[in-house]
Design a protein around this ligand. Structure first.
Ligand SMILES: [Ca+2]
Length: 539
């Protein structure tokens, strides 16, 4: 059976693979040092060769770039740094012609403080847009309450013009919208329709568990209360956010084959109940919600097993998981073991894990070539958070360095000096070099994705754990339509024996260690090589 007719019942966002592009860092085509939409158009072949199904673009709307696009000034226009609306239309057309869907990053929690809505809102207490944002008087000469930004400062910014504070969960240049005002929802319905009518296939919703706040502005737990287990935060995770998402799901569902994936921020990561809360029935709010717990596991089969089990535990029966190893805010997966003895072997095992677990894999640009976090000198730091906290915390720039296309100057990313420095390993670690090396991570991703796309049990089957991480082996079965695949991941640098009391014969479909692919092996006494991942088909 060919790959084509085996995937006819493919639900793209569920069974496909999504590739996350941080647009500023993907490819610059006009020599200003910033990645742009034409850079994606000109590199669609890379995405086609990888056989991914959709790309999620970081925000490309008009923005003053206080937070590099996550502060939006106009939701229905393209920022000139990325190109024009014509470029965007061309990208949608050419991506769709290549069988690739486009997901936009929608920031609903806040706008830029340069957005005309906020400028109007801040101008007077009587302004018709006043109630589009959250304005409060000080209480007894103090702040309205103890709510903090995600970066740890007070979230209230005083504005002398009207003698009130406005609320911002993130930077002060990002005032939070007041989602208790129905006019805000109506406006966003129009914005969603604008992009859906253009053919956009879905939205990634930024910080979506922040959008509605407690009506009474009740105080959040302080440090001592947190230590004693009082963990109820009133500034996020309100039931009203879930209800709003139901309305947006209805809107998105009125178009064919579209989706929404939500960013759910929780500390510590891995609060699967919060993800479950936002997924609601599994069918009536978000199509998927991110759970970042896999980003925070140390190298241990048991730790990964437990994180996966916990994460699945939060997904409602009709819901669907997402599988994330890296992103633009946290860190690159490869960075966690770059100083260990076997980084490439570990990267291959994690790729196999990501692409064989049940759930939609989100591959962060450069992950397929094992890009590491960049080391950014202080004078080159762009992230405002990095500027504040350096050297304690150097910000998020390290995970956003330019894509390493080839070994030429600036890694083929740009003719000009890139907005962030290129990683210093680009001459040996780049797309071109990995294409010609049959043992490279890129070639491995390519084979792995090709196998995943051709075997329905891997993209949509049930997940049944077998070895739960004890003795360094994490293994599980994926099954669909009478087809069974066994995945075995050896996290140890020692050889391990499998002793499956099973008379079935197994066929090696893929090994991370280059083992020859053959059928009719038995697992009663099978040696798994050190740091080897295997996919078997059960005969
Ligand atoms: Ca550019």
């Amino acid at each position: 059976m060919t790959e084509r007719n085996r995937t006819d019942d493919l639900i793209w966002w569920k069974h496909g693979i999504i590739y996350h592009i941080y647009v500023l860092s993907f490819k610059d085509t006009n020599g200003d040092g910033y990645g742009d939409l034409r850079g994606i158009i000109e590199n669609l072949d890379h995405l086609k060769n990888l056989r991914i199904h959709a790309v999620w673009l970081s925000p490309v709307f008009k923005s003053p770039m206080a937070d590099f696009g996550y502060d939006i000034e106009d939701y229905c226009s393209i920022d000139p740094v990325f190109g024009t609306m014509d470029d965007f239309d061309e990208l949608i057309k050419k991506a769709h012609d290549s069988g690739i869907k486009i997901i936009l990053d929608m920031v609903m929690n806040h706008t830029s403080d340069k957005h005309p809505w906020f400028i109007s809102s801040a101008s007077s207490k009587d302004d018709p847009k006043r109630n589009w944002y959250i304005w409060e008087k000080g209480r007894n000469g103090k702040l309205p309450n103890n709510w903090k930004t995600i970066f740890g400062h007070t979230a209230w910014e005083y504005d002398a013009r009207t003698d009130e504070y406005y609320y911002h969960s993130f930077l002060k240049e990002q005032p939070d919208l007041n989602w208790r005002n129905p006019e805000v929802k109506e406006k966003f319905f129009k914005i969603f329709r604008f992009w859906l009518d253009k053919g956009v296939d879905g939205f990634r919703l930024d910080a979506v568990n922040f959008i509605v706040k407690d009506k009474k502005l009740r105080k959040n737990p302080n440090l001592i209360e947190l230590l004693f287990g009082k963990r109820k935060f009133y500034s996020r995770n309100r039931i009203e956010s879930v209800k709003l998402l139901q309305d947006f799901r209805n809107l998105v569902n009125s178009y064919d084959d579209r989706m929404m994936v939500g960013e759910i921020f929780s500390l510590p990561p891995g609060e699967s109940n919060v993800v479950g809360f936002y997924l609601s029935s599994g069918e009536d709010t978000l199509n998927m919600a991110f759970d970042f717990s896999l980003l925070f596991q140390r190298w241990s089969a048991r730790k990964y097993y437990k994180a996966v089990e916990r994460s699945y535990g939060g997904i409602p029966s009709k819901g669907w998981p997402s599988i994330v190893l890296s992103n633009h805010d946290l860190s690159r997966s490869y960075d966690k073991y770059k100083f260990s003895n076997h980084p490439l072997e570990k990267a291959k095992i994690k790729a196999m894990l990501q692409l064989t677990l049940k759930g939609t894999p989100f591959i962060y640009y450069g992950e397929e070539i094992g890009m590491k976090n960049g080391s950014i000198p202080k004078d080159k730091i762009k992230d405002p958070i990095g500027k504040i906290y350096w050297p304690l915390y150097k910000g998020r720039d390290g995970a956003r360095t330019p894509m390493q296309w080839d070994g030429s100057v600036n890694a083929g990313f740009s003719d000009a000096e890139p907005w962030l420095p290129v990683n210093n390993d680009y001459e040996i670690n780049n797309v071109i070099a990995q294409k010609i090396n049959e043992y490279s991570l890129l070639r491995f991703y390519s084979r792995l994705i090709s196998i995943r796309n051709s075997i329905p049990a891997l993209s949509r089957g049930d997940w049944i754990p077998v070895s739960k991480g004890r003795d360094d082996i994490f293994s599980y079965i994926r099954s669909a339509g009478g087809e069974y695949l066994l995945i075995v991941l050896n996290f140890s640098t020692r050889e391990k024996s499998l002793t499956f009391q099973d008379s079935n014969e197994f066929c090696v479909v893929l090994s991370t260690s280059g083992r020859s692919l053959n059928c009719f092996v038995q697992l009663k006494n099978f040696s798994v090589r050190p740091l080897e991942g295997l996919i078997f088909r059960v005969k």
